[in-house]
Design a protein around this ligand. Structure first.
Ligand code: SF4
Ligand code: SF4
Ligand code: FES
Length: 533
């Protein structure tokens, strides 16, 4: 395989690799960091910031192709007179790269001086502080004093988005944001206008950015020129813990990083790279839905609408289920595969009822896993684990009723167990149908992370952990299993589905406890295959 030398480190590369190899990435692969603003591995290369310039040399050859050697017998390297952009430069066999010479570092200093000429001294009030490439490189390479005494260029304040609040005086014109709009979101209204010192990011006159991926433009803006309206001024980033997780707002399962504050509340979600699932991106719908998980939480068990201990609620539920002849179970594909597996064993081996189903949404019924029209990642299935529920066969048995049939024929049931979730609560038609059905069923047992309008219409309510308080596995629409840990500490008041149904219960239910515990400990049939990076 051909090889280049970066700061004396040999690095092999595949010239036919995809994406095409460049010096920036090859250097990163051996731990050599080359600073740059405009380069982003998920976008085309524009090479406009000139921060990544490095020295590039090639072995010299005689006319017959043999190498010219110096007095010590080493192959003589001839360096190009001008620095070359590492992001744009393709490698070729024998190439020698120097990233830390005086010439390179001096270039970085002058680029920083050039970029800071118009940049306001905004760091104390800028949301990007603490995560700002300009701040970091200024610290590393900037001059301590500015020679620029002219008035700084400023822009009229503008509003081109409902998701982004621009602060364009801070813009360094790296063009990442408009390249993202065109190349990933496929929307062409947002672009660079005018020329030279007057260059300005803007939409076409009268237009707004409307795509569902605007938050990514904020993420990749290397400075604080694009801020997320939702997160702006909420917290300094160094006060937030960064927790890896998955987005639970649709079946795609984008890999994410949740920023959690001291009160255990999520304040922001950013995407995390996974080449098989979401690349570097996530949608605004998933990004901005986190508030749901922070609010309206159910914290205690209820029996007949009154607060009860978990033990009393479990005993009541067990007694209902022992007496009921026809039990229906509506499972939630928002639960992990581990939780669904426990429920599946409980339904099939203990309740022995054929009336079980998880398909609340049309996309689940039709197993429609396709990307929504006009979208890049967001899929039709609003649930993160429909495929997991399908794999575990949480579907009606012989003569069993589906969710729709159970809601249509409630008189055929004398008990209904519902595992409720955020998606059900957000679907008023479903909740209304459930309320109507519940009025005709003797006993309804509800598991829910949230306070709902069903609570006082049910015999027993258990407070579930929210999607972000659970650890386990989701299987996404493409069949990729992804394991994850809880993003926020589960409150001590919540109680998971497996915990309730594996609790020692009188007689019949007790028989399953040991079997369930064994299954829960093993979980050998649900192995993660998708890389979480
Ligand atoms: S707004 Fe940010 S991402 Fe866009 S060109 Fe300016 S600095 Fe770059
Ligand atoms: S595409 Fe789906 S999983 Fe990805 S961020 Fe959007 S809602 Fe979340
Ligand atoms: S990162 Fe290479 S020119 Fe900007």
């Amino acid at each position: 395989m051909p090889e280049i030398i970066i700061n004396d480190i040999p690095v092999a590369f595949d010239p036919k690799g995809s994406p095409k190899p460049n010096i920036m990435e090859l250097a990163r692969s051996v731990g050599v960091e080359i600073p740059g603003f405009c380069y982003h591995p998920g976008l085309s290369i524009s090479g406009n910031c000139r921060m990544c310039m490095v020295e590039v040399g090639m072995p010299t050859r005689e006319k017959d192709g043999s190498f010219i050697k110096d007095e010590s017998g080493k192959v003589k390297i001839s360096f190009m007179p001008k620095l070359q952009p590492a992001c744009y430069q393709e490698p070729s066999d024998g190439m020698v790269i120097r990233t830390e010479t005086e010439k390179v570092v001096t270039n970085r200093k002058y680029i920083m001086e050039f970029l800071l000429a118009n940049h306001p001294l905004d760091c104390p009030e800028c949301d990007q502080a603490g995560e700002c490439a300009l701040q970091d490189y200024s610290f590393q390479y900037g001059f301590s004093q500015s020679k620029f005494f002219e008035e700084k260029r400023t822009y009229e304040s503008t509003n081109f988005s409902d998701v982004i609040t621009p602060e364009l005086n801070r813009c360094i014109h790296c063009d990442r944001c408009s390249r993202f709009s065109k190349e990933i979101a496929k929307e062409y209204t947002f672009t660079r206008t005018w020329r030279g010192n007057s260059t300005e990011l803007a939409t076409l006159p009268g237009d707004k950015i409307t795509h569902n991926y605007q938050g990514n433009m904020v993420d990749i803006c290397p400075v604080g020129a694009l801020t997320l309206t939702d997160f702006r001024f909420k917290s300094r980033t160094w006060f937030l813990k960064q927790k890896e997780g998955l987005c639970t707002s649709c079946g795609k399962g984008c890999n994410t990083v949740y920023a959690v504050n001291k009160e255990n509340k999520v304040l922001r979600i950013k995407p995390r790279y996974n080449k098989d699932v979401n690349s570097y991106w996530m949608c605004d719908f998933g990004r901005l839905r986190y508030a749901f998980f922070n609010e309206n939480r159910r914290r205690n068990s209820l029996v007949a609408g009154n607060v009860a201990t978990p033990a009393a609620a479990t005993e009541k539920a067990a007694s209902i289920l022992r007496q009921a002849k026809n039990v229906g179970v509506i499972a939630s594909a928002g639960e992990t595969s581990e939780s669904l597996q426990a429920l599946s064993i409980f339904v099939k081996d203990v309740l022995k009822t054929p009336h079980v189903d998880y398909r609340v949404h049309t996309a689940q019924v039709e197993n429609n896993t396709s990307i929504k029209s006009g979208e890049v990642l967001l899929v039709n299935d609003p649930y993160p684990n429909s495929q997991g529920a399908r794999q575990l066969n949480l579907l009606p048995g012989p003569n069993g009723m589906s969710v729709a049939e159970m809601l249509k024929n409630p008189e055929k049931l004398d008990a209904l167990l519902v595992v409720c979730d955020d998606k059900m609560i957000e679907t008023p038609d479903f909740i209304e149908a459930l309320l109507k059905a519940a009025a005709k069923i003797k006993d309804v047992i509800l598991f829910s992370p949230y306070v709902t309008s069903l609570d006082d219409k049910t015999s027993v309510v258990f407070p579930l952990p929210s999607a972000l308080e659970q650890s386990g596995t989701f299987v996404n629409v493409d069949g990729i299993s992804q394991s994850f840990a809880a993003v926020i500490e589960p409150s001590p008041d919540v109680i998971s589905v497996p915990k309730v149904i594996t609790k020692p219960m009188p007689k019949t239910l007790a028989q399953t406890v040991e079997a369930l515990k064994r299954q829960m400990a093993g979980q050998d049939n649900v192995k993660p295959t998708g890389a979480i990076t």
